[in-house]
Design a protein around this ligand. Structure first.
Ligand SMILES: CC(C)(COP(=O)(O)OP(=O)(O)OC[C@H]1O[C@@H](n2cnc3c(N)ncnc32)[C@H](O)[C@@H]1OP(=O)(O)O)[C@@H](O)C(=O)NCCC(=O)NCCS
Length: 167
């Protein structure tokens, strides 16, 4: 099992580098070079600490002592939401994405949410489908540089046997 721990301020540059590396690693048949360039312009390292200040729980997966992936989640209204899930291209396929997602799902379902929502990029949709999410709606969202990208709103219902925290 990979080491999964809470975000630290010192992780910010590494997490931004992971995010930018995977965006540029996406198949050009899914998102054009112009779309990917537009996408990476909207984020600065302090965005991670700001998201935590705004209620996101940010988990980091380490590989060989370095951040190799991260996942954000929070409760929105009565639902849970995965706000981000990115694994470094060099670390993909080793189970980090699933381990991070399972941590986030356990925490959200323990808080009693009836479903978890995620806005999934095109390359991530088969991964989420394999983890029990279904597409509710396909749409586009703007990126920082102004170009739109296609995504899918996906959701996973609370499993009947999910543990609920005693409060
Ligand atoms: C999607 C992503 C998070 C998956 O993380 P990962 O660490 O590569 O995935 P894992 O190694 O944990 O794979 C878990 C399972 O999902 C499968 N899987 C992973 N990526 C997949 C994909 N793109 N399509 C289909 N199956 C996939 C794996 O084969 C594995 O299946 P198994 O249980 O049969 O072995 C990661 O590839 C990533 O960061 N991609 C780019 C960023 C992205 O799109 N993030 C989501 C934004 S909404």
């Amino acid at each position: 099992m990979p080491l999964i721990r809470p975000f630290r301020l010192a992780d910010a540059d590494d997490l931004l580098a992971i995010r930018n590396r995977w965006i540029f690693a996406v198949d050009a048949a899914l998102y054009s070079a112009e779309q990917r360039t537009s996408w990476v312009t909207d984020r600065r390292p302090d965005a991670f600490a700001k998201s935590v200040a705004n209620g996101v729980t940010l988990l980091v997966a380490e590989q060989d002592g370095r951040p190799a992936g991260y996942c954000g989640h929070r409760v929105e209204g009565s639902d849970g939401r995965i706000t981000a899930l990115h694994v470094d291209p060099e670390a993909q396929g080793a189970g980090l994405g699933r381990a991070l997602l399972q941590h986030a799902e356990r925490a959200l379902f323990a808080r009693g949410v009836p479903r978890i929502l995620v806005q999934a990029s095109l390359p991530a949709q088969p991964f989420y489908a394999a983890q029990g999410y279904r597409v509710a709606r396909r749409h586009t969202v703007p990126t920082g540089g102004g170009l739109e990208i296609a995504v899918a709103a996906m959701e996973k219902p609370r499993p009947v046997d999910a543990a609920r925290a005693v409060v």
